[in-house]
Ligand binder design. Structure first.
Ligand code: LLP
Length: 423
């Protein structure tokens, strides 16, 4: 549940009219509801009441410092995939001893940074990475906790680009191989402490069964490793629990929690979770202004000041995001239209063939469920400055990231004289 609602015909973010935010902060603008972020965190964490767990918010979903700080203050840990994300977590006051470092391609400098900052553990995705971490740890005279990411070979039934648990995917190590690697590492990689088993099968998963399948397989791995004499203390279930964008009915975190707790009964581990979308997705909206409307030969178009560079999910995955008028127009007629941005590609759309109340230039519309994987995936394509981000707190709001300006677009670019001094 989120706190974006109509009061009369006006759309509100918590206690603030969205129109007011757009007027003061400009458009396009991302608006986050802190109350919603907190509510989602509590719902997820509360689903595991009574069991040892660590919620590691997946930073990639939305890495705004104020979002990270909101979670850090609630006691959350963090799932990171780069040096940049760890930098952000530390800036936001996150506790490094609650950080897990995932990803198939960690560079040496990233591993070193993680070790120096004393993160909780690395989720390791290949035999070579295991050796790389061991040798860097040795150089730094440290012992480093690791979990191997086991690829359980299950079908998460989600978009192919965000499914990771198939055998054909680049992620993790197949269970049998992983067991060998654990045993090898125990004997030979003396700067590693093999304390966890990790798994993540994909994102926007809307059924419980794939999680349970994966859990059965990873539980098996934990038990086998213990028989081999390894002291496995953590089982990381990854992220992936889906949300409602349109008509999906994903399991509520409490149901997910119940099933996971049941499936791990008697295992005596600390459970780690890496939710991203589930915490942030429905805690944000993108508000954009209608620039023009036009009637093509075959279609109606609504051209907005937000584009695929601001919110790439529809172009990238064909994703659905609900669209709502910021001021509900009384008695206007419904049309079917493509809602498109100014970027020079036909793939630049926020919605296609959408039934929407007729709008006119200057009207504001809100793209729903834009709290996860929207700003964090935005770019400067077409030299478009990135949008502002705002966080709402009750009846107040704060710009938590300023809109970029033209100078930001060329930051770091250099006109090297010799390139232009010749004829
Ligand atoms: N842990 C790992 C290792 C991951 O790779 C991911 C997401 C998560 C946790 C968090 O998953 P979540 O709870 O948010 O589903 N850009 C795509 C989503 C990519 C997800 C990548 N990995 C989208 O917009 O749908």
């Amino acid at each position: 549940m989120h706190f974006f609602n109509y009061r009369g015909n006006r759309f509100y973010a918590e206690g603030v009219p969205v129109e007011r935010i757009a007027k003061e902060a400009g458009t396009p603008v991302f608006i986050y509801s802190q109350k919603t972020l907190k509510r989602h965190y509590r719902a997820f964490d509360g689903a595991f009441k009574g069991v040892r767990r660590l919620i590691c918010y997946s930073v990639k979903a939305n890495s705004n410092l104020s979002v990270l700080k909101t979670f850090a203050k609630m006691g959350s840990g963090f799932d990171i995939v780069s040096r940049g994300e760890l930098f952000r977590v530390l800036k936001a006051g996150g506790d490094p001893s609650k950080v897990v470092f995932s990803g198939v391609g960690k560079r040496d400098d990233e591993i070193e940074y993680g070790i120096r900052k004393n993160i909780l553990m690395f989720n390791v995705e290949s035999a070579q990475e295991l050796r790389a971490i061991d040798s860097i740890a040795k150089r730094l005279k440290k012992r480093v906790c690791v979990a191997i990411r086991v690829n359980p070979g299950v079908n998460p039934k989600t978009h192919p680009y965000i499914a990771t648990g198939f055998k054909k995917n680049k992620f993790g190590i197949e269970a049998k191989e992983a067991l060998k690697e654990y045993v090898y590492a125990k004997e030979n990689l003396k700067n590693l402490s093999l304390t966890g088993v990790d798994c993540h099968i994909g994102s926007q998963i809307t059924e419980i069964a794939p999680f349970i399948d994966a859990l059965k397989k990873t539980r098996n791995v934990v038990e086998t490793l213990r028989r081999e004499g390894l002291d496995i203390r953590y089982l990381n279930m990854g992220g992936g629990l889906g949300i409602t964008y349109g008509d999906e009915t994903p399991p509520h975190p409490s149901r997910y929690g119940k099933e996971v707790v049941m499936g791990t009964k008697g295992l005596d581990v600390t459970l780690i979770f890496e939710p991203g979308r589930n915490l942030a997705g429905n805690a944000g909206i993108l508000v954009t202004k209608v620039l023009y409307t036009k009637k093509g030969t075959l279609k109606n178009f609504i051209v907005t000041d937000a584009a695929m560079n601001d919110l790439p999910r529809p172009s990238l995955y064909g994703s659905y995001h609900a669209i709502k008028p910021v001021v509900m127009p009384g008695g206007k007629k419904e049309i079917t239209a493509d809602i498109v941005g100014p970027v020079c590609e036909s793939g630049d759309f926020l919605a296609r063939d959408r039934d929407i109340t007729e709008v006119k230039p200057g009207d504001l519309i809100s793209v729903m469920s834009a709290g996860a994987y929207c700003f964090s995936m935005s770019s400067n394509y077409n030299s478009r400055p990135r949008a502002a981000e705002v966080m709402v707190l009750g009846r107040r709001f704060f710009v938590v990231r300023e809109r970029e300006v033209a100078e930001d677009l060329i930051k770091g670019e250099v006109l090297a004289r010799p390139l232009f001094s010749g004829g």
